[in-house]
Write a protein that binds this ligand. Sequence first.
Ligand code: U2F
Length: 452
Amino acid sequence: GNSKPQTHHVAVLAFPFGSHAGPLLSLVLRLAAAAPQVAFSFLTTSKANAALFSKSPLSLHNVKAYNVPDGLPDDFVLSCNPEVAVGFFLKAAPENFMRSLKDAEAATGLRVGCLVSDAFFWFVGDMAEEMKVPWVPVWTGGPRSLLVHVDTDLIRQRLGTSGGGKQTLDFLPGFSRFQMDDLPEGIVGKLESPLATLLHKMGQKLPKATAVAINSFEEVDPEVVNVLKSRFQKFLNVGPFSLIPPSPSPSPPPLLNDESGCLEWLDTQKPASVAYISFGSVVTPPPHELAAFAEALIESGFPFIWSFRGNIEEILPKGYDKMSLNGKILSWAPQVQVLQHSSTGVFVTHCGWNSILESIAGGVPMICRPFFGDQNLNMRTVEAAWGIGVGVEGGLITKPAAIKALELVLKQKEGEEMREKLKVLQNLAQQAVEWNGSSAQAFNSLVEIVTK
Ligand code: U2F
Protein backbone atom coordinates (compact mmCIF):
# COMPACT_ATOMS: atom_id res chain seq x y z
CA GLY A 1 0.00 0.00 0.00
CA ASN A 2 0.86 3.68 -0.09
CA SER A 3 0.59 4.22 3.64
CA LYS A 4 4.15 3.62 4.96
CA PRO A 5 6.26 6.77 4.88
CA GLN A 6 9.36 6.60 2.75
CA THR A 7 12.57 7.32 4.62
CA HIS A 8 15.24 6.59 2.04
CA HIS A 9 15.81 7.72 -1.52
CA VAL A 10 17.78 5.82 -4.18
CA ALA A 11 18.43 7.35 -7.59
CA VAL A 12 18.81 4.88 -10.46
CA LEU A 13 20.62 6.17 -13.56
CA ALA A 14 19.77 4.04 -16.59
CA PHE A 15 21.44 3.83 -20.01
CA PRO A 16 18.59 4.30 -22.51
CA PHE A 17 19.97 2.32 -25.47
CA GLY A 18 19.78 -1.39 -26.40
CA SER A 19 18.42 -3.65 -23.71
CA HIS A 20 20.29 -2.02 -20.83
CA ALA A 21 17.49 -0.22 -19.00
CA GLY A 22 15.04 -3.15 -18.92
CA PRO A 23 17.12 -5.54 -16.82
CA LEU A 24 18.06 -2.62 -14.54
CA LEU A 25 14.39 -1.77 -14.03
CA SER A 26 13.58 -5.39 -13.30
CA LEU A 27 16.26 -5.38 -10.57
CA VAL A 28 14.91 -2.10 -9.19
CA LEU A 29 11.38 -3.51 -9.04
CA ARG A 30 12.64 -6.41 -6.96
CA LEU A 31 14.53 -4.05 -4.67
CA ALA A 32 11.48 -1.82 -4.35
CA ALA A 33 9.32 -4.77 -3.36
CA ALA A 34 11.89 -5.82 -0.75
CA ALA A 35 12.38 -2.28 0.61
CA PRO A 36 9.02 -0.46 0.68
CA GLN A 37 10.49 2.35 2.83
CA VAL A 38 12.83 3.33 -0.02
CA ALA A 39 11.77 5.69 -2.81
CA PHE A 40 13.39 4.65 -6.09
CA SER A 41 13.74 7.39 -8.72
CA PHE A 42 14.38 5.85 -12.13
CA LEU A 43 16.22 8.36 -14.32
CA THR A 44 16.52 7.93 -18.07
CA THR A 45 15.27 9.49 -21.33
CA SER A 46 11.55 10.06 -21.80
CA LYS A 47 11.58 7.65 -24.72
CA ALA A 48 13.12 4.84 -22.66
CA ASN A 49 10.90 5.57 -19.66
CA ALA A 50 7.77 5.55 -21.80
CA ALA A 51 8.69 2.21 -23.35
CA LEU A 52 9.56 0.62 -20.01
CA PHE A 53 6.82 1.95 -17.76
CA SER A 54 3.84 1.87 -20.10
CA LYS A 55 4.40 -1.82 -20.71
CA SER A 56 5.26 -2.86 -17.20
CA PRO A 57 2.23 -4.04 -15.23
CA LEU A 58 4.44 -4.35 -12.18
CA SER A 59 5.27 -0.75 -11.29
CA LEU A 60 5.23 -0.25 -7.53
CA HIS A 61 4.21 2.78 -5.52
CA ASN A 62 7.83 3.46 -4.53
CA VAL A 63 9.26 3.44 -8.06
CA LYS A 64 8.90 6.62 -10.07
CA ALA A 65 10.29 7.58 -13.46
CA TYR A 66 12.05 10.90 -14.11
CA ASN A 67 13.05 12.00 -17.57
CA VAL A 68 16.49 13.21 -18.57
CA PRO A 69 17.05 14.98 -21.92
CA ASP A 70 18.54 12.82 -24.69
CA GLY A 71 21.26 15.44 -25.34
CA LEU A 72 20.51 15.60 -29.07
CA PRO A 73 20.84 18.96 -30.83
CA ASP A 74 17.50 20.39 -32.05
CA ASP A 75 18.35 19.90 -35.70
CA PHE A 76 19.54 16.32 -35.18
CA VAL A 77 18.49 13.87 -37.85
CA LEU A 78 18.48 10.26 -36.78
CA SER A 79 21.22 8.57 -38.78
CA CYS A 80 21.62 4.89 -39.34
CA ASN A 81 24.55 4.88 -36.93
CA PRO A 82 23.12 4.72 -33.41
CA GLU A 83 26.55 5.46 -31.94
CA VAL A 84 26.10 9.12 -32.83
CA ALA A 85 23.03 9.46 -30.60
CA VAL A 86 24.82 7.56 -27.84
CA GLY A 87 27.71 10.03 -28.09
CA PHE A 88 25.42 13.06 -27.72
CA PHE A 89 23.61 11.45 -24.82
CA LEU A 90 26.81 10.62 -22.94
CA LYS A 91 28.32 14.05 -23.42
CA ALA A 92 25.40 15.77 -21.72
CA ALA A 93 24.69 12.94 -19.27
CA PRO A 94 26.49 14.03 -16.06
CA GLU A 95 24.84 17.44 -16.01
CA ASN A 96 21.43 16.21 -17.16
CA PHE A 97 21.33 13.42 -14.60
CA MET A 98 22.33 15.80 -11.83
CA ARG A 99 19.46 18.11 -12.70
CA SER A 100 16.94 15.31 -12.82
CA LEU A 101 18.26 13.96 -9.53
CA LYS A 102 17.55 17.36 -7.94
CA ASP A 103 14.01 17.20 -9.36
CA ALA A 104 13.55 13.81 -7.76
CA GLU A 105 14.83 15.12 -4.42
CA ALA A 106 12.42 18.03 -4.59
CA ALA A 107 9.50 15.77 -5.52
CA THR A 108 10.13 13.22 -2.77
CA GLY A 109 11.45 15.65 -0.15
CA LEU A 110 14.28 13.16 0.44
CA ARG A 111 18.00 13.54 -0.17
CA VAL A 112 19.40 10.83 -2.40
CA GLY A 113 21.30 8.41 -0.17
CA CYS A 114 22.53 5.92 -2.77
CA LEU A 115 23.26 5.91 -6.49
CA VAL A 116 22.56 2.82 -8.58
CA SER A 117 23.64 3.15 -12.21
CA ASP A 118 24.42 1.35 -15.42
CA ALA A 119 28.09 0.40 -15.10
CA PHE A 120 28.77 2.35 -18.32
CA PHE A 121 28.29 5.56 -16.29
CA TRP A 122 31.67 5.65 -14.55
CA PHE A 123 31.10 9.36 -13.84
CA VAL A 124 28.40 8.37 -11.34
CA GLY A 125 31.30 7.12 -9.20
CA ASP A 126 32.54 10.71 -9.02
CA MET A 127 29.04 12.00 -8.27
CA ALA A 128 28.69 9.49 -5.44
CA GLU A 129 32.05 10.46 -4.02
CA GLU A 130 31.08 14.12 -3.98
CA MET A 131 27.69 13.37 -2.44
CA LYS A 132 29.33 10.95 0.02
CA VAL A 133 26.86 8.18 -0.80
CA PRO A 134 27.32 4.57 -1.95
CA TRP A 135 27.55 3.78 -5.66
CA VAL A 136 26.29 0.51 -7.08
CA PRO A 137 27.06 0.10 -10.80
CA VAL A 138 25.15 -2.67 -12.59
CA TRP A 139 26.94 -4.47 -15.46
CA THR A 140 24.48 -5.75 -18.07
CA GLY A 141 26.91 -8.18 -19.74
CA GLY A 142 28.55 -11.32 -18.35
CA PRO A 143 31.45 -11.76 -15.91
CA ARG A 144 34.03 -12.58 -18.57
CA SER A 145 33.51 -9.39 -20.57
CA LEU A 146 33.50 -7.46 -17.31
CA LEU A 147 36.90 -8.90 -16.38
CA VAL A 148 38.54 -7.93 -19.66
CA HIS A 149 37.39 -4.33 -19.16
CA VAL A 150 38.65 -4.29 -15.58
CA ASP A 151 41.98 -5.78 -16.72
CA THR A 152 42.34 -3.75 -19.91
CA ASP A 153 45.60 -2.13 -18.78
CA LEU A 154 47.11 -5.52 -17.96
CA ILE A 155 45.99 -6.95 -21.31
CA ARG A 156 47.50 -4.00 -23.16
CA GLN A 157 50.79 -4.40 -21.29
CA ARG A 158 50.94 -8.05 -22.26
CA LEU A 159 49.65 -7.91 -25.81
CA GLY A 160 50.20 -4.36 -27.01
CA THR A 161 47.62 -2.21 -28.69
CA SER A 162 48.05 -2.96 -32.35
CA GLY A 163 44.93 -5.10 -32.76
CA GLY A 164 43.78 -8.72 -32.75
CA GLY A 165 45.58 -11.99 -33.31
CA LYS A 166 45.82 -15.56 -32.15
CA GLN A 167 47.89 -14.90 -29.02
CA THR A 168 46.41 -16.56 -25.98
CA LEU A 169 45.02 -14.75 -22.94
CA ASP A 170 46.31 -17.45 -20.57
CA PHE A 171 47.74 -14.83 -18.20
CA LEU A 172 44.16 -14.19 -17.09
CA PRO A 173 42.69 -16.91 -14.84
CA GLY A 174 40.15 -18.98 -16.77
CA PHE A 175 41.25 -17.63 -20.16
CA SER A 176 43.66 -20.29 -21.44
CA ARG A 177 41.31 -21.25 -24.27
CA PHE A 178 40.73 -17.63 -25.30
CA GLN A 179 42.74 -15.47 -27.65
CA MET A 180 43.15 -11.83 -28.63
CA ASP A 181 40.62 -12.11 -31.47
CA ASP A 182 37.93 -13.04 -28.95
CA LEU A 183 38.22 -9.70 -27.14
CA PRO A 184 35.65 -6.94 -27.57
CA GLU A 185 36.91 -4.17 -29.85
CA GLY A 186 38.50 -1.25 -28.02
CA ILE A 187 40.76 -3.30 -25.76
CA VAL A 188 43.77 -4.05 -27.96
CA GLY A 189 42.72 -2.08 -31.06
CA LYS A 190 40.43 0.83 -31.98
CA LEU A 191 41.30 2.35 -28.62
CA GLU A 192 40.08 5.80 -29.45
CA SER A 193 36.38 5.19 -30.07
CA PRO A 194 34.12 6.91 -27.52
CA LEU A 195 32.80 3.55 -26.33
CA ALA A 196 36.33 2.17 -25.91
CA THR A 197 37.32 5.18 -23.81
CA LEU A 198 34.17 4.82 -21.73
CA LEU A 199 34.73 1.12 -21.07
CA HIS A 200 38.40 1.65 -20.19
CA LYS A 201 37.46 4.37 -17.72
CA MET A 202 34.71 2.15 -16.34
CA GLY A 203 37.17 -0.70 -15.75
CA GLN A 204 39.39 1.62 -13.75
CA LYS A 205 36.54 3.04 -11.64
CA LEU A 206 34.55 -0.08 -10.78
CA PRO A 207 36.97 -1.30 -8.07
CA LYS A 208 36.09 1.87 -6.12
CA ALA A 209 32.34 1.19 -6.18
CA THR A 210 30.54 0.10 -3.02
CA ALA A 211 29.42 -3.00 -4.90
CA VAL A 212 29.20 -4.10 -8.52
CA ALA A 213 26.01 -5.97 -9.40
CA ILE A 214 25.48 -8.28 -12.38
CA ASN A 215 22.70 -10.33 -13.96
CA SER A 216 24.48 -13.64 -13.55
CA PHE A 217 25.12 -16.33 -10.96
CA GLU A 218 28.47 -17.14 -9.35
CA GLU A 219 28.52 -20.82 -10.29
CA VAL A 220 28.30 -20.14 -14.03
CA ASP A 221 31.98 -19.16 -14.31
CA PRO A 222 33.56 -19.61 -10.86
CA GLU A 223 37.19 -18.94 -11.81
CA VAL A 224 36.37 -15.61 -13.45
CA VAL A 225 33.93 -14.66 -10.69
CA ASN A 226 36.65 -15.24 -8.07
CA VAL A 227 39.04 -12.89 -9.84
CA LEU A 228 36.33 -10.24 -9.98
CA LYS A 229 35.58 -10.73 -6.30
CA SER A 230 39.22 -9.98 -5.57
CA ARG A 231 39.08 -6.81 -7.71
CA PHE A 232 35.82 -5.34 -6.36
CA GLN A 233 34.77 -4.31 -2.85
CA LYS A 234 31.71 -6.48 -3.38
CA PHE A 235 30.66 -8.42 -6.46
CA LEU A 236 26.97 -9.22 -6.29
CA ASN A 237 25.69 -11.84 -8.74
CA VAL A 238 21.92 -11.44 -8.46
CA GLY A 239 20.62 -13.37 -11.48
CA PRO A 240 19.48 -14.94 -13.68
CA PHE A 241 16.73 -12.31 -13.67
CA SER A 242 14.59 -14.48 -15.95
CA LEU A 243 14.25 -17.07 -13.16
CA ILE A 244 13.12 -14.56 -10.57
CA PRO A 245 9.65 -13.07 -10.56
CA PRO A 246 8.71 -10.30 -11.01
CA SER A 247 10.60 -10.18 -14.26
CA PRO A 248 9.03 -7.64 -16.56
CA SER A 249 10.09 -7.41 -20.17
CA PRO A 250 13.68 -6.22 -20.33
CA SER A 251 13.04 -4.51 -23.63
CA PRO A 252 10.38 -2.33 -25.17
CA PRO A 253 7.67 -4.39 -26.85
CA PRO A 254 5.21 -6.29 -24.70
CA LEU A 255 6.04 -9.56 -23.07
CA LEU A 256 3.83 -12.40 -21.96
CA ASN A 257 1.53 -11.29 -24.62
CA ASP A 258 1.68 -14.06 -27.10
CA GLU A 259 -0.54 -12.74 -29.85
CA SER A 260 0.92 -15.11 -32.36
CA GLY A 261 0.10 -18.12 -30.20
CA CYS A 262 3.63 -19.41 -30.61
CA LEU A 263 3.68 -20.95 -27.13
CA GLU A 264 0.56 -22.96 -27.89
CA TRP A 265 2.10 -23.96 -31.18
CA LEU A 266 5.22 -25.11 -29.30
CA ASP A 267 2.97 -27.39 -27.24
CA THR A 268 2.18 -29.29 -30.44
CA GLN A 269 5.83 -29.88 -31.36
CA LYS A 270 8.17 -32.74 -30.38
CA PRO A 271 10.62 -32.33 -27.47
CA ALA A 272 13.81 -30.42 -28.32
CA SER A 273 12.87 -30.20 -32.01
CA VAL A 274 12.27 -26.49 -32.66
CA ALA A 275 14.87 -23.85 -33.59
CA TYR A 276 14.35 -20.43 -32.03
CA ILE A 277 16.08 -17.58 -33.87
CA SER A 278 16.73 -14.08 -32.57
CA PHE A 279 19.56 -11.60 -32.96
CA GLY A 280 18.51 -9.43 -30.04
CA SER A 281 17.42 -5.83 -29.92
CA VAL A 282 20.33 -4.04 -31.61
CA VAL A 283 21.73 -6.16 -34.42
CA THR A 284 20.24 -6.70 -37.88
CA PRO A 285 22.28 -9.29 -39.76
CA PRO A 286 23.01 -8.56 -43.44
CA PRO A 287 20.20 -9.65 -45.82
CA HIS A 288 22.31 -12.34 -47.52
CA GLU A 289 22.89 -14.09 -44.20
CA LEU A 290 19.21 -13.90 -43.32
CA ALA A 291 18.33 -15.26 -46.75
CA ALA A 292 20.86 -18.09 -46.33
CA PHE A 293 19.35 -18.98 -42.98
CA ALA A 294 15.83 -18.98 -44.37
CA GLU A 295 16.94 -21.35 -47.14
CA ALA A 296 18.62 -23.58 -44.57
CA LEU A 297 15.37 -23.81 -42.62
CA ILE A 298 13.36 -24.57 -45.73
CA GLU A 299 15.77 -27.21 -46.96
CA SER A 300 16.28 -28.93 -43.61
CA GLY A 301 12.61 -28.72 -42.67
CA PHE A 302 13.22 -28.09 -38.95
CA PRO A 303 10.27 -26.31 -37.32
CA PHE A 304 11.17 -22.85 -36.03
CA ILE A 305 10.18 -19.63 -34.30
CA TRP A 306 11.95 -16.58 -35.71
CA SER A 307 11.97 -13.20 -34.01
CA PHE A 308 12.32 -11.12 -37.15
CA ARG A 309 12.09 -7.34 -37.50
CA GLY A 310 11.01 -6.20 -40.95
CA ASN A 311 9.42 -8.01 -43.83
CA ILE A 312 10.54 -11.64 -44.04
CA GLU A 313 9.24 -12.01 -47.60
CA GLU A 314 12.08 -9.79 -48.78
CA ILE A 315 14.60 -12.45 -47.86
CA LEU A 316 12.67 -15.61 -48.74
CA PRO A 317 13.58 -17.52 -51.92
CA LYS A 318 11.27 -17.07 -54.91
CA GLY A 319 8.01 -18.93 -54.64
CA TYR A 320 7.90 -18.89 -50.84
CA ASP A 321 5.82 -16.77 -48.50
CA LYS A 322 5.17 -16.68 -44.78
CA MET A 323 2.37 -19.22 -45.05
CA SER A 324 4.48 -21.83 -46.79
CA LEU A 325 6.99 -22.09 -43.97
CA ASN A 326 7.12 -24.73 -41.24
CA GLY A 327 7.40 -22.14 -38.51
CA LYS A 328 6.29 -18.92 -36.84
CA ILE A 329 7.65 -15.49 -37.63
CA LEU A 330 7.09 -12.70 -35.13
CA SER A 331 8.52 -9.24 -34.70
CA TRP A 332 8.96 -9.85 -30.97
CA ALA A 333 8.84 -13.25 -29.29
CA PRO A 334 8.14 -14.12 -25.65
CA GLN A 335 11.76 -15.26 -25.58
CA VAL A 336 12.09 -16.28 -21.94
CA GLN A 337 9.02 -18.53 -22.26
CA VAL A 338 10.11 -19.91 -25.62
CA LEU A 339 13.48 -20.89 -24.17
CA GLN A 340 11.80 -22.48 -21.14
CA HIS A 341 9.62 -24.63 -23.39
CA SER A 342 10.63 -28.29 -23.73
CA SER A 343 9.98 -28.28 -27.50
CA THR A 344 12.70 -25.70 -28.10
CA GLY A 345 15.86 -27.57 -29.14
CA VAL A 346 18.29 -24.88 -30.25
CA PHE A 347 18.70 -21.10 -30.03
CA VAL A 348 20.32 -19.30 -32.94
CA THR A 349 21.70 -16.17 -31.27
CA HIS A 350 23.96 -13.13 -31.64
CA CYS A 351 25.25 -13.95 -28.14
CA GLY A 352 23.94 -10.97 -26.22
CA TRP A 353 24.43 -11.72 -22.54
CA ASN A 354 20.73 -11.74 -21.60
CA SER A 355 20.01 -14.21 -24.38
CA ILE A 356 22.79 -16.54 -23.29
CA LEU A 357 21.68 -16.52 -19.68
CA GLU A 358 18.06 -17.12 -20.68
CA SER A 359 19.19 -20.02 -22.86
CA ILE A 360 21.11 -21.54 -19.94
CA ALA A 361 18.10 -21.06 -17.67
CA GLY A 362 15.98 -22.89 -20.26
CA GLY A 363 18.58 -25.60 -20.94
CA VAL A 364 18.76 -24.83 -24.67
CA PRO A 365 22.02 -25.28 -26.69
CA MET A 366 23.09 -22.40 -28.93
CA ILE A 367 24.23 -21.74 -32.48
CA CYS A 368 26.24 -18.54 -32.34
CA ARG A 369 26.61 -15.74 -34.85
CA PRO A 370 28.20 -12.88 -32.86
CA PHE A 371 28.49 -9.34 -34.25
CA PHE A 372 30.19 -6.83 -31.94
CA GLY A 373 31.26 -5.93 -28.42
CA ASP A 374 31.12 -8.76 -25.89
CA GLN A 375 29.41 -11.15 -28.32
CA ASN A 376 32.59 -12.90 -29.57
CA LEU A 377 33.77 -13.49 -26.05
CA ASN A 378 30.32 -14.80 -25.13
CA MET A 379 30.40 -17.20 -28.09
CA ARG A 380 33.79 -18.55 -27.08
CA THR A 381 32.52 -19.00 -23.53
CA VAL A 382 29.53 -20.97 -24.84
CA GLU A 383 31.75 -23.11 -27.09
CA ALA A 384 35.05 -23.52 -25.30
CA ALA A 385 34.38 -22.92 -21.61
CA TRP A 386 30.92 -24.47 -21.23
CA GLY A 387 30.54 -26.70 -24.31
CA ILE A 388 26.88 -25.75 -24.71
CA GLY A 389 26.86 -24.47 -28.26
CA VAL A 390 28.73 -23.93 -31.52
CA GLY A 391 29.63 -21.02 -33.75
CA VAL A 392 28.51 -21.16 -37.38
CA GLU A 393 31.40 -22.50 -39.42
CA GLY A 394 33.36 -19.68 -41.01
CA GLY A 395 31.71 -17.07 -38.79
CA LEU A 396 29.08 -16.02 -41.33
CA ILE A 397 25.74 -17.65 -41.99
CA THR A 398 25.71 -19.63 -45.22
CA LYS A 399 23.14 -22.25 -46.15
CA PRO A 400 25.49 -25.25 -45.70
CA ALA A 401 26.99 -23.89 -42.46
CA ALA A 402 23.55 -23.28 -40.99
CA ILE A 403 22.24 -26.74 -41.95
CA LYS A 404 25.35 -28.36 -40.51
CA ALA A 405 25.00 -26.51 -37.21
CA LEU A 406 21.24 -27.20 -36.94
CA GLU A 407 21.79 -30.90 -37.56
CA LEU A 408 24.67 -31.07 -35.12
CA VAL A 409 22.59 -29.64 -32.29
CA LEU A 410 19.16 -31.09 -33.13
CA LYS A 411 20.10 -34.52 -34.47
CA GLN A 412 23.57 -35.61 -33.39
CA LYS A 413 25.17 -36.78 -30.19
CA GLU A 414 27.04 -33.46 -29.84
CA GLY A 415 23.67 -31.81 -29.24
CA GLU A 416 22.83 -34.43 -26.61
CA GLU A 417 26.13 -33.77 -24.85
CA MET A 418 25.43 -30.06 -24.83
CA ARG A 419 22.02 -30.72 -23.27
CA GLU A 420 23.65 -32.81 -20.53
CA LYS A 421 26.09 -30.00 -19.71
CA LEU A 422 23.23 -27.52 -19.75
CA LYS A 423 21.30 -29.58 -17.21
CA VAL A 424 24.13 -29.02 -14.74
CA LEU A 425 24.27 -25.26 -15.34
CA GLN A 426 20.49 -24.98 -15.36
CA ASN A 427 20.31 -26.65 -11.93
CA LEU A 428 23.03 -24.39 -10.56
CA ALA A 429 21.13 -21.36 -11.85
CA GLN A 430 17.92 -22.53 -10.23
CA GLN A 431 19.65 -23.24 -6.91
CA ALA A 432 21.34 -19.82 -6.97
CA VAL A 433 18.02 -17.97 -6.98
CA GLU A 434 16.29 -20.20 -4.45
CA TRP A 435 16.19 -19.48 -0.73
CA ASN A 436 19.72 -19.11 0.65
CA GLY A 437 21.24 -19.64 -2.80
CA SER A 438 24.21 -17.49 -3.83
CA SER A 439 22.13 -15.05 -5.88
CA ALA A 440 19.46 -14.78 -3.17
CA GLN A 441 22.15 -13.95 -0.61
CA ALA A 442 23.78 -11.40 -2.91
CA PHE A 443 20.38 -9.80 -3.42
CA ASN A 444 19.99 -9.46 0.37
CA SER A 445 23.37 -7.69 0.54
CA LEU A 446 22.17 -5.34 -2.17
CA VAL A 447 18.99 -4.59 -0.21
CA GLU A 448 21.16 -3.81 2.80
CA ILE A 449 23.27 -1.35 0.83
CA VAL A 450 20.31 0.56 -0.58
CA THR A 451 18.44 0.75 2.72
CA LYS A 452 21.37 1.90 4.87
C1 U2F B 1 23.04 -5.81 -26.11
O1 U2F B 1 22.28 -6.95 -26.41
P1 U2F B 1 20.82 -7.14 -27.00
O2 U2F B 1 19.86 -6.23 -26.36
O3 U2F B 1 20.81 -7.13 -28.47
O4 U2F B 1 20.59 -8.69 -26.61
P2 U2F B 1 20.42 -9.49 -25.27
O5 U2F B 1 21.39 -9.14 -24.20
O6 U2F B 1 20.43 -10.88 -25.71
O7 U2F B 1 18.99 -9.06 -24.75
C2 U2F B 1 17.87 -9.14 -25.54
C3 U2F B 1 16.67 -9.25 -24.61
O8 U2F B 1 15.48 -9.04 -25.38
C4 U2F B 1 14.58 -10.12 -25.20
C5 U2F B 1 15.43 -11.28 -24.73
C6 U2F B 1 16.55 -10.60 -23.95
O9 U2F B 1 16.17 -10.44 -22.59
O10 U2F B 1 14.64 -12.17 -23.96
N1 U2F B 1 13.90 -10.45 -26.45
C7 U2F B 1 12.59 -10.81 -26.42
O11 U2F B 1 11.98 -10.88 -25.35
N2 U2F B 1 11.94 -11.09 -27.60
C8 U2F B 1 12.57 -11.02 -28.80
O12 U2F B 1 11.92 -11.30 -29.82
C9 U2F B 1 13.94 -10.66 -28.83
C10 U2F B 1 14.59 -10.38 -27.64
C11 U2F B 1 24.39 -6.00 -26.77
F1 U2F B 1 24.21 -6.04 -28.13
C12 U2F B 1 25.04 -7.28 -26.27
O13 U2F B 1 26.28 -7.43 -26.87
C13 U2F B 1 25.17 -7.25 -24.75
O14 U2F B 1 25.64 -8.49 -24.28
C14 U2F B 1 23.81 -6.94 -24.12
C15 U2F B 1 23.89 -6.79 -22.62
O15 U2F B 1 24.71 -5.70 -22.28
O16 U2F B 1 23.23 -5.76 -24.68
